[in-house]
Design a protein around this ligand. Structure first.
Ligand code: HXC
Ligand code: NAP
Length: 291
């Protein structure tokens, strides 16, 4: 596995980037790399104590500047306050990474309307709230910017047992492509990343609780037989936030080691067949005559 930082020093110098859900997991890892590349980073989520701890650690680790702001993305007023406080601190803002999410596994018929709604509200409505607030600001300021949305591969395949998340991420993907077309003329690029399995406490505790982590080992579903490394995702996110990707707009880039295609191909399960079994099967097939 090659997991070195990819971009040259100073790639994001002079940029201020807002990362929702930036206090933990993948949001933290992407924020760290943005800081290493010279950006100022604003990290937001509901838990200010978590954010402040992460901000202090990231500043020590990278020497960059981090602003930690409590904000529930479901609340459009709180999102407006993030924009306001970001401008007060840094003067301008150049990118938005919609990374905050909520999710848990459940048979859909066990969900209340509220349980379904809470995921839609965090993932879809939260992304809408942030995108609208920052997008309107950039259009008014006539400023170029980059919006990056973290979706999943089941945003386009669908998936049982995470149906609210699939619906919400599918909506985010539709918004990504729609706004790429509509806001491109303002110089606002809108792209998405669809990660496969990247271990984080937030996702693993809710998607693979208890024994499930062993029984449903994600790496067995991936042709490359491993999960993703956070730096691999951070490299892609930094590229999409940087000016190097200036002509990429409306794209969703999958980074999953081939996981979703493995599940899609009708005969991919045949990897379980041993060479000896293949000898037998081949003989049987060759002996087949007529219908
Ligand atoms: C059924 C459940 C439930 C469960 C909660 N609910 N957990 N229903 N099964 N396991 C119901 C509650 O009973 C309630 O409905 C409603 O959902 C709201 O629950 P609250 O706990 O009040 O909501 P809240 O405190 O806002 O918490 C939101 C949350 C929580 C989504 C439920 O898990 C959270 O805070 N998550 C944030 C972080 C996160 O999820 N990270 C993982 C992202 S991973 P009723 O009707 O009973 O009142 C990801 C990976 C994708 O997206 C792909 C990976 C490969
Ligand atoms: P995580 O650590 O649980 O990240 C989710 C973040 O969202 C948390 O920091 C959480 O902080 C924040 N959040 C939740 N509800 C919020 C709300 N209402 N308002 C503001 N912030 C909120 O899990 P992760 O694995 O790093 O996930 C990050 C992103 O990657 C998500 O979009 C997820 O869908 C996506 N993803 C992950 C994987 C994976 O394998 N890990 C795969 C595909 C996609 P608070 O609790 O403090 O609010």
């Amino acid at each position: 596995m090659y997991n070195e930082p990819m971009l040259k020093d100073g790639t994001l110098k002079g940029k201020t980037l807002v990362v929702t859900g930036g206090g933990t997991g993948l949001g933290r890892s992407m924020s760290k790399y943005f800081l290493q590349l010279g950006a100022n980073v604003v990290i937001t989520s509901r838990k200010l104590d978590v954010l402040q701890k992460t901000a202090a650690e990231l500043e020590t680790e990278t020497g960059g500047t981090v602003l930690a702001l409590a904000c529930d993305v479901r609340n459009d007023f709180e999102v407006e306050q993030v924009l306001k406080q970001t401008l007060e601190k840094f003067g301008s803002v150049h990118g938005l990474l919609n990374n905050a999410a909520g999710n848990f596994i459940s048979p859909t018929e066990r969900l209340s309307a509220k349980a379904f709604g809470v995921i839609i509200d965090i993932v879809l409505k939260g992304t809408v709230n942030c995108t609208l607030a920052f997008g309107k600001h950039w259009i008014e300021q006539k400023q170029q910017a980059s919006i990056l949305n973290i979706v999943t591969t089941y945003a386009f395949t669908g998936s049982g047992y995470v149906v609210p998340s699939a619906c919400a991420k599918g909506g985010v993907l539709a918004m990504t492509r729609s706004l790429a077309a509509e806001w491109g003329r303002y110089g606002i690029r809108c792209n998405a990343i669809a990660p496969g399995p990247f271990p984080t406490k937030g996702a693993w505790d809710r998607l693979l609780p208890g024994d499930l982590a062993k029984k449903f080992d994600f790496k067995n579903r991936v042709p490359l037989k491993r999960v993703g490394d956070h730096q691999e995702l951070a490299n892609l996110a930094a590229y999409l936030m940087s000016d190097f990707s200036g002509y990429i707009n409306g794209e969703v880039i999958t980074i999953d080691g081939g996981e979703w295609l493995q599940g899609a191909g009708q005969f991919n399960g045949l990897e379980a067949v041993t060479p000896e079994m293949w000898d037998m099967l081949e003989a049987m097939i060759r002996n087949t005559k007529g219908s």
